[in-house]
Design a protein around this ligand. Sequence first.
Ligand code: TRP
Ligand code: SF4
Length: 328
Amino acid sequence: MDRVLSGMRPTGKLHLGHLHGVLQNWKELQDKYECFYFVADWHALTTDYKISHEIKNNTIEMVADWLAVGLNPEKSTLFIQSKVKEHAELHLLLSMITPLGWLERNPTYKEMKNEIKNKDINNYGFLGYPVLQTADIIIYHAKYVPVGMDQIPHLELSREIARRFNFIYKTNFFIEPEPILTDFAKIPGIDGRKMSKSYNNAIFISDKGKDLEKKVLNLVTDTHRVRRTDPGDPERCLAYNFHKIYCTENELEMINKECPKAGIGCFDCKKILLKRISEKLAPIQEKREKYISNKNLILDILEEGSNKAKKIAKETVDKVNEIIGLKY
Ligand code: TRP
Ligand code: SF4
């Protein structure tokens, strides 16, 4: 069976953007491939080394969401990067053969250097971010890497580094990983920008009750619809992006019929949405709470996964040392 690998930096609890964009996809891949999903805690450190003490708790909160959504440790290997030290060893060895120019020209790097003002990323580790990411992937000979558009340049670098290793050491040991692009109906944040924790516009998987109600009922609707009697257009309505994901065909049909003739008010329309989102999240939240109330269970799952991952990673690194002539 081909291998799939992907990782996420531990940012704490996840939101609906993660749920529909990433986790759903990871979950489906479990049945078709041998999957490895890991917490990229060292990658978190490249930008957040000053708040390193938050990483562990963020890991637990994030993996609680993974498990609640249906990532299954019986099917997939769930692990923590820093528990498999071989990633660091391979990163070091790959760093020797990675031309500086490749890293300096990396578009993600250039963009982040310009955009991130609130954190210091002027460090060696951050420049090497894609080299570590390459080690993460090729250490398992992963064939496919499910990622979003933003990670495509990184993956291209991984392919180039793998190719260069093979070329320099005259081997075909590493395979070049291919992306599986997660293409999904992009879900906006509650302010219309991309949903992101740092924009403060996210609906979290764990949101419920009054919190969820406030976020959903406050969603901006068609701004042309000032009065209840004004006709609206779902295509101009921010909330409707959510309806499209959560409501039934019948509900969508009704909304498309009634909204343009002011047959339904926005409040009632968003009430329907709220009900559907709550229904969808309820079973996930129930599972999440079970895990969160038993953090040791989460840590045990990750420990076991890390041990499994380590066996493979160690084999790879032993072989790499042999290939480059450092076997004593
Ligand atoms: N860079 C990825 C992100 O920001 C996380 C990541 C680290 C990753 N290592 C990886 C993703 C290996 C896929 C494969 O989300
Ligand atoms: Fe949006 Fe529904 Fe209001 Fe129409 S009725 S503008 S779809 S919230």
